[in-house]
Design a protein around this ligand. Structure first.
Ligand code: ADP
Length: 620
């Protein structure tokens, strides 16, 4: 027991009604995250140390009067089953003690208690954010003693004792050093919190960045400094990397690092990292957000869901803003205007940073894109707020760049032909498949660049963006494309208009409901036929995704079959339908299936094999 010489008898005082209510909930409910009580006590101690640090900065006398190191000591006794948290902070006067640990002033805390009382799932994790964190210690303690002496010269110390049952005892106590000592007598089922390993683990999890030494039985536990608050020039590469490894429990170095501070419009110290790996891509499930929200170096929200948009969940780091009140609640944090403003500033800054990196070191950025591009695409399809910045970060392969080289929409727009008004793209499984297919023929012939999309989400991204700097993003499998200068085609003479008209009508009849239109094509060069989408909002790739999700999914706005009236096969088909109508029909169906295959759409393989066998029979 600590040395105190009581100068008076204990005075017994009732807790305020709200406190009684809160303690009743704390003591009589079961909690899973009980260890958070330690975070709360350490956080209070850190606050008290911050205050004395400030006082001694502005008041020399305070600095001189007690020469104590600013630190938090935690003493564990696994025989007596006690945990004692001591700080050399600002301490409390008797009035403050009675006020702080006997009443609740904030109206927000009262609402919190009310809600806690009514909810079935009681989550005390929020308690600290309502300015009543101290009381969470009663989750684990059957009795709490507080010994405190304020920094003011001549002020006596004080002792406070309670079992949390309606009242507490308080009396003056001499002989105490400056600061506060809180002794918890642990409940039967909470003896784990007298164990060194357990307590160290809790401190590492919740309080590592507390800017004062935390000692457990004399040994300092928190080695990591609040390096995000330091000047960039003063932090070494090694320190950054150590810090990164700590927060991401990573073993390697980060890919990118962004450290910035701002005073206006908000006071922010931010240190963000992009890791090298993306485990979500490897099927490890959805990541938790990787950014922790601090206010004045005190952890407000680990894995904050509000400080960065969800699609930046791969970013690891710290956002610290002293403009955020320490007692902000998680719910408030979610929709507070302040947090929204903070999110906007930091997200904007981070996206600008990525943009600059992509210009300065395109090769490194290509690596980033390969690993984390999916998140940028997710943002571009779901978040309108940052769409413009995200658009700048998108990368693609294209017909004008060699395989493996990436281009941006700005690159494309910068080299468009004078008469070209739209940006073209096509989706396919690989570059080879796309280039062998019918969709790029017209573009190749006319010298138009075309963007290659290999992933299904890509078409949704483009469909969402709609345009880039006023230029429409158009899928090459869309019907009715007008490519300037593509009227003169090489090759043989086409069927005349009359024959072509009759052939398309015949094909429409044969194919029935499978297509909405059959037309003569103005874009085909080498292929006999092509499938196009009549709905400008739909690409074949998007349709594939929807068909995979729902077998009955229709073709959304219809398909057109276009035929190449110069192609030998089409011309021969025209004569064949007079000579051998039944065989012509089989060939027509196969031409259609071939076009579907080129579009990557679903066909009936069994029927096709049968048909091909009949065609082979005929030719052999
Ligand atoms: P909060 O810290 O969120 O305000 P608490 O219930 O945890 O709510 O604490 C109430 C108040 O008690 C604190 O605001 C602080 O003034 C005082 N207090 C708690 N712990 C300490 C401490 N270790 N040193 C000095 N004051 C403390």
């Amino acid at each position: 027991m600590p040395n105190t010489s009581p100068t008076e008898q204990f005075e017994n005082r009732e807790f305020q009604t709200e406190v009684k209510k809160l303690l009743n909930i704390v003591i009589n409910s079961l909690y899973t995250d009980r260890e958070i009580f330690l975070r709360e006590l350490i956080s209070n101690s850190a606050d008290a140390l911050e205050k004395i640090r400030y006082e001694s900065i502005i008041n020399k006398e305070v600095a001189e009067q007690d020469d104590l190191p600013l630190e938090i000591s935690i003493e564990l006794d696994d025989k007596e089953n006690t945990i004692t948290v001591t700080d050399t902070g600002i301490g409390m006067t008797r009035e403050e003690l009675v006020e702080n640990l006997g009443t609740i002033a904030h109206s927000g805390s009262k609402t919190f208690i009310q809600q806690l009382n009514e909810s079935d799932k009681k989550d005390l994790n929020l308690i600290g954010q309502f300015g009543v964190g101290f009381y969470s210690a009663f989750m684990v303690a059957k009795k709490i003693r507080v010994l405190t002496r304020p920094y003011l010269p001549g002020e006596p110390g004080c002792e406070w004792v309670s079992e949390g049952l309606g009242s507490y005892d308080v009396r003056t106590a001499d002989g105490l050093p400056r600061g506060t000592k809180i002794i918890l007598e642990l409940k039967e089922d909470a003896h784990e919190f007298a164990g060194t390993a357990r307590v160290k683990e809790i401190i590492r999890q919740y309080s590592s960045f507390v800017p004062f030494p935390i000692k457990v039985n004399g040994e300092q536990v928190n080695t990591v400094q609040a390096i995000w608050t330091r000047n960039k020039n003063e932090v070494t590469e090694e320190e950054y990397n150590e810090f990164y490894k700590f927060i991401d429990t990573a073993y390697d170095e980060p890919l990118y690092r962004l450290h910035f501070s701002a005073d206006a419009p908000l006071a922010i110290n931010t240190l963000l990292f992009v890791p090298k790996n993306n485990f979500e891509r490897f099927g490890f499930g959805r990541m938790k957000p990787g950014t922790n929200l601090y206010s004045r170096k005190v952890l407000i929200q680990p894995h904050s869901e509000s400080i960065l948009p969800d699609w930046l969940r791969f970013v690891k780091g710290v956002v610290d803003s002293e403009d955020i009140p320490l007692n902000i609640s998680r719910e408030t944090a979610q929709d507070s205007a302040l947090i929204a403003k903070l999110q906007k500033v930091i997200t904007g800054r981070f996206l600008k940073f990525l943009d600059k990196e992509s210009q300065d070191d395109p090769e490194k950025y290509a690596g980033f894109w390969d690993t984390f591009g999916m998140f940028i695409k997710e943002g571009a399809t779901t978040d309108f707020t940052y769409q413009k910045d995200l658009t700048r970060l998108l990368r693609f392969e294209s017909s004008a760049a060699e395989p493996g080289k990436l281009i941006s929409l700005a690159d494309y727009a910068g080299r468009m032909k004078d008469e070209q008004k739209e940006i073209y793209f096509i989706n396919g499984p690989t570059r080879e498949a796309i280039e062998a297919g019918p969709y790029v023929e017209a573009f190749r012939a006319g010298g138009y660049e075309i963007i290659y999309n290999y992933e299904q989400i890509d078409d949704f991204v483009f469909s969402n963006l709609g345009q880039y700097e006023g230029k429409k993003l158009v899928s090459a499998d869309r019907a009715g494309l007008e490519l300037p200068g593509l009227t003169d085609k090489p090759g043989e003479d086409p069927l005349d208009n009359e024959k072509t008209g009759a052939l398309t009508a015949w094909l429409k009849e044969i194919l029935g409901g499978k297509v909405s239109e059959v037309n003569a094509s103005s874009r085909l060069v080498e292929s006999p036929a092509i499938i196009l989408n009549l709905n400008p909002m739909m690409t074949s790739s998007m349709q594939r995704v929807m068909q995979a999700a729902n077998r009955d999914f229709g073709d959304m706005g219809g398909k057109a079959l276009e035929i190449n009236a110069r192609h030998k096969l089409i011309k021969r088909l025209d004569t064949l339908r007079e000579e051998d109508p039944e065989f012509a029909r089989i060939v027509a169906e196969q031409v259609f299936d071939n076009a579907l295959i080129s579009a990557g759409l679903v066909i009936n393989p069994r029927a096709m094999v049968e048909r091909i066998n009949r065609i082979l029979e005929k030719t052999l």
